[in-house]
Design a protein. Structure first.
Length: 315
């Protein structure tokens, strides 16, 4: 069962019932948030009652879609020209950077921060991120590593760029999966920019979630929730070649004929059934939304290109 709350209808949402009582997926295992309260006021979210000793504050931003290029990127002109038409304002991160100066524990850059891996984009992002006074982490979306029309599968292309010129964006972490722990909270980062999950990512998630600590999962593409469209593509039952009208325009590998791999479906199940997972932070749709499923929230951030971000306070 899911509980979908249209953002436009609730400027302030206090939801203790669904959040508190929903997690019964793992019989006999109490959820860490069985007594928690979830309060939403626009892009500000407060979570109370999970027993942290100190307050923790996390910022999540996605989909800034910077599209800078300079002469160093000339070899890829044909590969970036379409997405360069949608250049985001250069000040899209400034509101967040200003806010972070006033305190916070972590900034999560949640994918589609850049629209293609030009050297100009990477340098621009790193300049902004490295000016932050608090720690930051980055996970990729479906665009960050995507120069349109490159040969190879999406997985091969992602591997090449994320381990190549984009490597500094991950600050030495594995681009596919990482974890950052602070104040008793684990933030697990998984790159699902292909809409699919790799076997090593599923194993990583299972291992990291198994210690029972309160955790958040940050990914670019939201997990499928009943009633949501294909932009909630990770685990969506209609995600397959027959429902992929954009692969020619985006000049990328077509979605699989048979749909999601069993690994991706197993990952979705492991996420929704994890008793200590508080919820999921995602982007990709460019539309702010909140869903509840199995006692967990899935927060989708608004479009970062407009300077918006999520501010999550865990009290
Ligand atoms: Fe995206």
């Amino acid at each position: 069962m899911s509980k979908t709350i249209p953002t436009l209808l609730c400027s302030l949402l206090i939801c203790s019932a669904a959040f508190a009582q929903g997690d019964n997926a793992t019989a006999g295992t109490p959820s860490v948030h069985t007594q928690a309260t979830f309060l939403e006021n626009g892009n500000k979210i407060r979570i109370r009652g999970i027993g942290l000793k100190q307050q923790a504050k996390i910022f999540f931003i996605g989909d800034t879609h910077f599209a800078f290029a300079d002469p160093r990127d000339d070899a890829y002109r044909d590969n970036y020209k379409r997405m360069a038409q949608y250049q985001a304002p250069a000040n899209a991160l400034d509101k967040l950077l200003e806010r972070a100066k006033k305190g916070g524990d972590l900034v999560i850059f949640g994918g589609d921060i850049i629209s293609f891996p030009s050297q100009a984009n990477i340098d621009f992002f790193l300049g902004k991120a490295q000016s932050l006074s608090i720690p930051w982490v980055y996970t990729s979306g479906n665009h960050d590593w995507h120069f349109e029309g490159m040969p190879g599968s999406e997985t091969e292309i992602r591997d090449a760029w994320s381990h190549g010129v984009m490597a500094p964006m991950y600050q030495g972490e594995n681009p596919m999966m990482a974890v950052r722990e602070f104040k008793g909270i684990k933030v697990i980062l998984i790159d699902n920019g292909t809409n699919q999950i790799l076997p090593e990512q599923l194993e990583f998630f299972k291992k990291e979630i198994a210690d029972g600590k309160p955790a958040l999962l940050a990914m670019h593409i939201p997990l499928y929730v009943s009633g949501r469209g294909l932009d909630f593509g990770c685990g969506h039952p209609d995600w397959n070649a027959a429902h992929d009208p954009h692969y020619e325009i985006e000049r990328r590998e077509r979605w699989l004929e048979a749909g999601h791999t069993q690994t991706t479906l197993d990952f979705c199940q492991a996420v929704w059934n994890a008793p200590n997972l508080l919820g999921i932070l995602a982007g990709h749709t460019h539309i702010r939304s909140t869903d509840f499923y199995k006692g967990k929230f899935q927060l989708v951030a608004p479009r970062g290109a407009e300077g918006e971000y999520l501010e999550i306070t865990i009290e």
